[in-house]
Design a protein around this ligand. Structure first.
Ligand SMILES: Nc1ncnc2c1ncn2[C@@H]1O[C@H](COP(=O)(O)OP(=O)(O)OP(=O)(O)O)[C@@H](O)[C@H]1O
Ligand SMILES: [Mg+2]
Length: 239
C-alpha cells in the first residue's frame, strides 16, 4: 500500500508563492488500478513525480508498505518496486531499443521475450529491437517503447503519466488491456481519456492542486463532465 499524507508542493514564481499541491491525502491499495484525472495544470504530473522522487514535496509524507520513503532518491524508490513512464518520453542517445529493455528488465532478453514486450504495445520486434533511441522515432513509437520498458521492469507499482498521449491512432482497447492484464500490480495512471477512466477501480479527481473527489468513475462522471477544458473532452467520449 502506498500512502500520501498531508502532501503539499509550493514554488516561488516571479516572487509570488504558488501552491501547486495542497494537503493531498491518498491511499493506493495493492493490486488496484487508480486513474488520476483533472484539468490541465491541476497538479497530476507533479503528484506522480513526487511519488517517484523526481520532484521533492515541500511538506508531507509518502509511505510505501508502512516505510517512510519521503526522503528516498529515485533509484531507491525504483529498487523498492516503483516504475514510472513519463508524459513526454525520454530519448537515450547511443542506446538501442533492445538495450533499453535489457537494462530495464535487468537481464539479457532473447528475441522471443523482447518480442513479447514489444508486441504488448503493438510494435513488431524485428522492426524495432535494433532501432536507436533517437529523435528519428515518432512520438507515438517512443511512447510505446517507454511503455514496453516499464512493463519489462515488472515493478510492483507502476505509474503512467498520460500513456495515451501520441498514440491516438492506436486502438485504445490494446492500451486498456495492458493495464487490465497487469496482475499483482498497483497501477496509477494519469489520464483524461474516458476509456482509461472506465477501467479504474478508483478515480481521483484533482482540481487546483487539491483532491476534489475520490470514487468510482460512475460517481465522478457528472463532476468530470461539467469541465469545459479541451483536454477533458475525451472524458465525454467526444474525441
Ligand atoms: N517547478 C515549477 N515551478 C513553477 N510552476 C510549476 C512547477 N512545476 C509545476 N508547475 C505548475 O504547476 C501546475 C501543475 O503542473 P502539472 O504538470 O502537475 O499539471 P498537470 O495536471 O499534469 O497538467 P496537464 O494535464 O497539462 O499535464 C502548472 O500550472 C505548472 O505550470
Ligand atoms: Mg501532466
Amino acid at each position: 500500500m502506498l500512502e500520501i499524507k498531508n502532501l503539499s508542493f509550493d514554488v516561488v514564481d516571479d516572487n509570488n508563492e504558488k501552491d501547486i499541491l495542497k494537503d493531498v491525502n491518498l491511499k493506493f491499495e495493492d493490486g488496484k488500478i487508480y486513474v488520476i484525472t483533472g484539468p490541465n495544470g491541476s497538479g497530476k504530473s507533479t503528484l506522480v513525480k513526487i511519488i517517484m522522487g523526481i520532484v521533492k514535496a515541500s511538506s508531507g509524507k509518502i509511505l510505501l508498505n508502512g516505510e517512510d520513503i519521503t526522503s528516498k532518491q529515485i533509484y531507491e524508490r525504483a529498487r523498492l518496486g516503483i516504475g514510472y513512464a513519463f508524459q513526454q518520453p525520454v530519448t537515450f542517445k547511443g542506446l538501442k531499443v533492445k538495450d533499453l529493455l535489457n537494462i530495464s528488465s535487468g537481464k539479457n532478453n532473447d528475441f522471443n521475450s523482447l518480442c513479447d514486450y514489444l508486441s504488448m504495445v503493438g510494435l513488431c520486434a524485428k522492426d524495432y529491437i535494433n532501432r536507436p533511441l533517437d529523435d528519428k522515432l515518432s512520438g507515438g513509437e517512443l511512447k510505446r517503447i517507454e511503455l514496453a520498458m516499464v512493463l519489462s521492469r515488472k515493478a510492483k507499482l507502476n505509474i503512467f503519466d498520460e500513456p495515451e498521449a501520441g498514440i491516438d491512432l492506436w486502438s485504445f482497447d490494446n492500451l486498456t488491456n495492458i493495464f487490465k492484464n497487469l496482475k499483482d500490480t498497483t497501477t496509477i495512471i494519469v489520464s483524461h481519456q474516458a476509456k482509461i477512466l472506465e477501467i479504474a477501480d478508483v478515480v481521483i479527481l484533482l482540481k487546483n492542486g487539491r483532491v476534489e473527489k475520490v470514487g468510482k468513475y460512475k460517481e465522478l462522471k457528472p463532476l468530470i463532465q461539467t469541465r469545459t477544458c479541451g483536454k477533458l473532452r475525451g472524458v465525454n467520449g467526444q474525441d
